[in-house]
Write a protein that binds this ligand. Structure first.
Ligand SMILES: NC(=O)c1ccc[n+]([C@@H]2O[C@H](COP(=O)([O-])OP(=O)(O)OC[C@H]3O[C@@H](n4cnc5c(N)ncnc54)[C@H](O)[C@@H]3O)[C@@H](O)[C@H]2O)c1
Length: 239
């Protein structure tokens, strides 16, 4: 496949290395100082685009891919408010979009465990739920996209709660508080705790390297080519 990389930072560079290892070529890379690459033939003739850019650029990038009939895999987080509109546009224009707040296989299994635990704990409202996520200092969005996915999955599977909020904004017992910490060199840590006066249950995922995200994104791109519609990693992994 000829792949366009939208965003050529920490993730873009790692995706490039894994894509080359898997026998693909990089048609072109687009970053802040190379936005004009989106007008080149190399961009237009690519088989697929992979976007790990910024929350403020991703929606424009997706529209550009739709306009040029390029299937697009999106790992960028922080654009949840636009997802419903983009989903409609993708379906109306018969384009292909695969988005995931987290591409690693381990996190996607963790998502499944989180949903199951939320269902199991539904009859026991004496357990208070809280979440923590820790990321590196450069991360722009808080809570993380993965944290939001985890919180939304709890809300869908446990009706003792009706919202999630950053810990500092909590003002009701029906809100799941998310503590979002930023520390040097943390790739990504997420935990969910059910706390009662009698005991605690905590599940957590700790990413050691970005490699899992990058590998998952390339596998998702391979899967997306030739399809139309809006997909997530659940579709790729059959979860
Ligand atoms: N879904 C996942 O599995 C996953 C994993 C890791 C990171 N992320 C997300 O991916 C995004 C990128 O992360 P990163 O660590 O590589 O960030 P980074 O800051 O290292 O890189 C961002 C890149 O985007 C480029 N950019 C800025 N404006 C652009 C534009 N208009 N078009 C194209 N590129 C543009 C920058 O030049 C830079 O190369 C973040 O939103 C992060 O939260 C998602």
């Amino acid at each position: 496949m000829k792949i366009v990389l939208l965003g050529y930072g920490k993730m873009g560079k790692m995706i490039e290395a894994i894509a080359l290892e898997r026998g693909h070529t990089i048609a072109c890379t687009v970053s802040t100082n190379k936005l004009s690459m989106m007008e080149t033939e190399a961009f237009t003739t690519a088989d697929v685009a992979i976007d790990f850019s910024t929350p403020t650029s991703v929606v424009h990038n997706i529209h550009t891919c739709f306009a040029k009939n390029i299937p697009v895999v999106v790992g960028t987080t922080g654009w949840n408010n636009e997802l419903a509109t983009i989903t409609d546009q993708c379906n109306q224009q018969q384009q292909a979009l695969l988005h995931a707040s987290n591409f690693s296989i381990g996190v996607n299994v963790f998502f499944a465990i989180n949903k199951k635990l939320a269902q199991l704990m539904q009859p026991y409202p004496s357990y208070n739920i809280s979440m923590q996520e820790v990321h590196h200092l450069q991360k722009l969005d808080a809570p993380s996209g993965t944290g939001i996915s985890l919180a939304n999955d709890i809300l869908k599977n446990n009706n003792n709660y009706n919202d999630w909020v950053l810990l500092e904004n909590k003002n009701s017992n029906t809100q799941i508080p998310i503590e979002a910490l930023r520390k040097p060199d943390v790739v990504g840590f997420h935990s969910i705790t059910y706390n009662s006066p009698i005991d605690n249950i905590t599940i957590s995922h700790d990413a050691h390297t970005r490699q899992g995200f990058a590998q998952g994104a390339v596998i998702a791109a391979e899967w997306l080519v030739g399809k139309k519609g809006v997909f997530t990693m659940n579709d790729v992994l059959g979860l």
